[in-house]
Write a protein that binds this ligand. Structure first.
Ligand SMILES: [Zn+2]
Length: 353
């Protein structure tokens, strides 16, 4: 694994750079952790990522699998940073001015995770055999939280965004005149019902035929509406976010299924994994050409949320055959089922319907 160097310049830039750096380090940590888990049964190898800031105390996040089932995660703590351990969470607060004398030197987060403070780092010790391999990063006012999640859909907070609505019909079919906004809403409502049945808590950006930004005048670009969706979902702070769309292209031959994700977001690594799971289920259920999973780093407001997030483009409304499929009364249920299965797989819940 590579060693990354970050050179800090002015004092003012330092916090920003440090925040950026930690985001990156945490993302790497997520990758390493998942790798460590996948290697845990069969190999003795150690995954570690080290980062060295010139002229600064070492901000080091490393993950080591020493002896199965134990994993150690070293989290950097500066003299003036503070951290709190809560149930299933490690909370890092950076750049605090007050002294950090109140840090506990050791303890337990839960029965599977213990921690101890060593010079400049917190060492987390994980019992992999009992620990679900799902954990997310969340930003706080002053730092980051590493949050462990139980497997299964029960209790998960899931946000669903049915694309378009109101005077923005989205793409429109050329053969039987379907409107994207109606298909996306129908799929989303079915998905909501399935997830709630499995015990998840669902937040909908819209549940009726309306734009989310109801002040947006017809003819205006829908960008403010997309940002409102982004902001509402961010405020809800879900464990998972899915935006639902149908594709369209000037060439009526274009066809198939694709799922987008943003690898640059806080939980980008998780979003990438989630996109693959959702895409695989869409292809299995709908049996149409797979265009694969795709990066969408900057262009899409909704995918800039911090939560693990995907945007599914379900068939081309501009394609004659696929528009007919989308118009079929059982289609929203089938598409929702595929999305449900993809989300359930993400939360390692294979028992549900
Ligand atoms: Zn759309």
């Amino acid at each position: 694994m590579p060693v990354y160097y970050v050179r800090y310049k002015g004092k003012k830039k330092r916090r920003k750079r440090r925040a950026f750096f930690l985001t990156f380090a945490l993302a790497c940590m997520g990758l390493s952790f998942v790798m460590a888990i996948s290697m845990a049964k069969n190999s003795d190898s150690t995954a570690s990522i080290k980062a060295h800031a010139i002229g600064q105390p070492l901000p080091l996040v490393s993950i080591q699998r020493l002896e199965h089932p134990l994993v150690y995660i070293n989290v950097p703590v500066g003299e003036n940073d503070s951290w709190k351990v809560r149930k299933n969470k490690l909370e890092l607060s950076l750049s605090h001015e007050e002294a950090s004398a109140a840090f506990p030197s050791e303890g337990h987060i839960d029965q599977n995770i213990s921690f101890r403070r060593e010079e400049g780092v917190v060492v987390l010790e994980l019992e992999l055999e009992n620990l679900p391999p799902i954990f997310h990063f969340e930003k706080t006012e002053t730092g980051y939280v590493i949050k462990w999640l139980d497997s299964g859909l029960a209790g998960k907070r899931i946000a669903i965004d049915p694309g378009h609505g109101g005077h923005d019909p989205g793409a429109e079919g050329r053969f039987i005149g379907l409107k994207e906004k109606n298909i996306t809403l129908a799929i989303a409502l079915e998905l909501q019902e399935m997830l709630e049945k499995a015990g998840a808590e669902v937040f909908m950006t819209r549940s009726t035929d309306t734009l989310v930004d109801t002040t947006l005048q017809p003819g205006r670009h829908i960008r403010p509406d997309l940002w409102m969706r982004h902001d509402l979902v961010s405020d809800y702070s879900p464990d998972f976010f899915i935006s639902i769309h149908n594709n369209s292209w000037s060439d009526t031959y274009a066809r198939g299924l694709e799922t987008y994700y943003n690898p640059m977001s806080l939980n980008g690594y998780h979003s990438k994994a989630a996109a693959k799971l959702v895409q695989d289920q869409l292809v299995a259920e709908i049996q149409r050409y797979s265009r694969g999973t795709k990066y969408k780093p900057k262009s899409d407001a909704v995918l800039q949320v911090d939560a693990p997030a995907v945007l599914a483009e379900i068939l081309f409304i501009s394609n004659k055959e696929e528009e007919a499929m989308l118009a079929s009364p059982d289609f929203p249920g089938r598409a929702a089922k595929a999305l449900y299965k993809g989300i359930a797989a993400y939360f390692l819940d294979y028992g549900g319907e």
